[in-house]
Design a protein around this ligand. Structure first.
Ligand code: HEC
Length: 99
């Protein structure tokens, strides 16, 4: 019984890591597809704050994905880009993984 619980826990942990990795990969593709880089450079502020600066700003905060997503929805220039909540989550996971 105890063993089985341990195994399913290990499985759940492995699964959530796999899921996060997949979301980050999907996010990397979405950055390109949605044209985020037209305004956000990877590491130096140009027209807008860079993606790495965004990562540094939110990394370590609790609920970083939610905070970053909320700020994304508020920032005015994004209104014309169609991004679903699911896509935004993947984008946020990816941006937060940038160093
Ligand atoms: C038309 C230009 C433009 C495009 C395209 C764009 N952004 Fe932005 N974004 C901005 C501007 C301008 C700001 C707010 C000003 C700043 O701090 O530079 C901003 C702010 C943000 C923020 C909030 C940063 C903070 O300081 O908390 C996030 C997160 C973000 N953008 C992510 C994205 C993602 C992801 C995409 C692609 C889906 C994207 N942006 C596409 C112009 C753009």
């Amino acid at each position: 019984m105890k063993k089985a619980f341990g195994r399913s826990l290990a499985c759940a942990v492995a699964f959530s890591f796999a899921f996060a990795a997949q979301a980050q990969q999907q996010g990397a593709e979405l950055i390109a597809k949605k044209g985020c880089r037209k305004c956000h450079a990877l590491d130096t502020s140009r027209d807008a704050i860079s993606l790495k600066e965004i990562a540094a700003k939110y990394r370590g905060k609790s609920r970083a994905v939610d905070a970053l997503s909320a700020e994304y929805r508020k920032a005015g220039d994004h209104a014309r880009i169609r991004v679903s909540d699911e896509e935004l989550k993947a984008l946020a996971e990816h941006v937060l993984s940038l160093k």
